[in-house]
Design a protein around this ligand. Structure first.
Ligand code: ZN
Length: 468
């Protein structure tokens, strides 16, 4: 089997992955700022890094996967004012919405999911270290800043020049030694939540929490740090600055997933509202949405359209139909097998599009084997397809999907209802009552359901999703 090579944002090259400790991998993924329900742009990193995690696990590594929850932030405080609710109730509500979305998409729960507010002690310890080492200062107003000019290196990930950098507009500049210094800690404002520190009461700056929590759970140095492209600057640069100034080795490799785009742009909030995960789960099942979100290479933009999602779901149902047929013919659920071509694709910086081409080929061979009645060949294809789907988190035999919530139950009920209508249409055709048959078909089309007549019988899909 080939060995894994991964891209590194820091070096801009793909290189063999060698963990710090043989057989173990530590991953830190920046999680959600819980201030709104998740749209698909928010959960793409969850899906992409879940595929990485599953592939590492399949390759024999013991993976420790940490994904944080930013549960205190300006945006959460603004939302709390807007919703007339306590900030912590707002944070909890949206944290649950994210947890539900991840579960519906079969994203494995992290090994640990630390919340910022639960790690103020670790943040204070880190700030003490940084002040002791002369890298940070507390000017006396309750803020604590990192002194950018004292860093040995800065902005290596985004490859910017520190002299070109604008002010970090994160705090009152009166107290900063240099406008580019950024806030580790922000003094309490009246009415805002705060925690006591040796420098006064306040709350964490966003960047500090990830350095403190990565250190707490993965140690001074760990293998992989991940997040969306938009986090490279300033968030990840500032995490590096804090952690390196504290003397940590920090992340050995940086992986960034690209965005979900709409008309070529990063998804805006207004558009994002209609593309919330729970809204889309009314049109496709969780397993289908996951298949779609995971289908592009993690470093490629995924241009969203309802048509592309529907097409992707239809393609997935064809794979499921083959697996169902194989179970009917062979009388057994396929055993997951990782094929050489799938392993080669995944080891090449998680080349999912190539892996999908391999699955299509196995599907073609498998369907031909059904026609030819070649049971051994059916089994080989079914086993390889299931092996691939398992790593991609889209194994239809995975009980997580069955337990995935109401949308699957709803889909099952809908599926049964539509099949019943199709059987009635078929019966009408047999008795040559074409008016009745057409009326059933037209009625389904009017509901936004497309009927496709295939060799295996009629198949349906939902086409209408853009109208209200
Ligand atoms: Zn982070």
């Amino acid at each position: 089997m080939s060995s894994l090579a991964l891209y590194d944002t820091l070096t801009r090259t793909t290189s063999p992955f060698v963990p710090l400790k043989a057989g173990e991998v530590g991953i830190y993924l920046c999680g959600a700022t819980v201030q709104a329900p998740p749209h698909i742009g928010h959960v793409r990193s969850g899906v992409n890094f879940d595929i990485l995690r599953r592939w590492l696990t399949k390759s024999g590594y013991n993976v420790t996967f940490i994904r944080n929850v930013t549960d205190i932030d300006d945006k959460i405080l603004h939302k709390a004012v807007h919703e007339e609710a306590p900030w912590w109730a707002v944070a909890m509500k949206y944290e649950r919405a994210f947890t539900e979305a991840y579960a519906a998409l079969n994203v494995l729960p992290p090994t640990y999911e630390p919340r910022a507010t639960g790690h103020v002690t670790q943040m204070i310890e880190l700030m003490e270290t940084l002040i002791e080492r002369g890298a940070a200062y507390a000017p006396g107003n309750g803020d604590v800043y990192l002194e950018v000019r004292k860093l040995k290196s800065y902005l290596t990930l985004s490859r910017q020049n520190v002299d070109d950098l604008q002010s970090a507009a994160d705090a009152d500049e009166t107290f900063k030694r240099d406008p580019r210094d950024f806030a580790l800690w922000k003094a309490a404002k009246a009415g805002d939540p705060s925690w006591p520190t040796p420098w006064g009461a306040g709350r964490p700056g966003w960047h500090l929490e990830c350095s403190a929590m990565a250190h707490a759970y993965l140690g001074e140095s760990f293998d992989i740090h991940g997040g969306g492209l938009d986090l490279i600057f300033p968030h990840h640069e500032n995490e590096i600055a804090q952690s390196e100034a504290a003397g940590y080795g920090f992340a050995q490799r940086w992986l960034h997933n690209a965005w979900v785009t709409a008309s070529g742009e990063k998804m805006s909030k207004s558009l994002g509202n209609s593309l919330q995960v729970h809204e889309l789960l009314k049109t496709v099942r969780g397993i289908e949405l996951r298949w779609y979100l995971g289908s592009a290479h993690y470093r490629s933009m995924l241009e969203f359209s309802h048509e592309a999602l529907a097409e992707s779901a239809t393609a997935f149902r064809r794979i499921e139909a083959f697996l169902t047929r194989s179970v009917e013919i062979l009388g057994a659920v396929p055993t997951p097998v990782v094929s050489d071509s799938f392993a080669a694709a995944m080891n090449d910086d998680l080349a999912v599009p190539q892996a999908l081409a391999g699955i299509s080929e196995s599907l073609r061979v498998g369907n031909s084997a059904i026609t030819a009645g070649d049971k051994a060949a059916i089994a080989t294809s079914a086993n390889e397809i299931r092996g691939a789907l398992e790593v991609l988190g889209c194994d239809p035999f995975d009980s997580n999907f069955a337990a995935g919530g109401t949308s699957d139950d709803l889909t099952a009920a809908l599926d049964g209802t539509i099949k019943l209508a199709l059987e009635q249409r078929e019966a009408a055709r047999v008795r040559k009552d074409f008016a009745a048959a057409d009326a059933i078909r037209d009625g389904l089309i009017a509901l936004g359901i497309t009927i496709e007549d295939t060799a295996q019988g009629p198949r349906w899909s939902i086409t209408r999703s853009e109208s209200k």
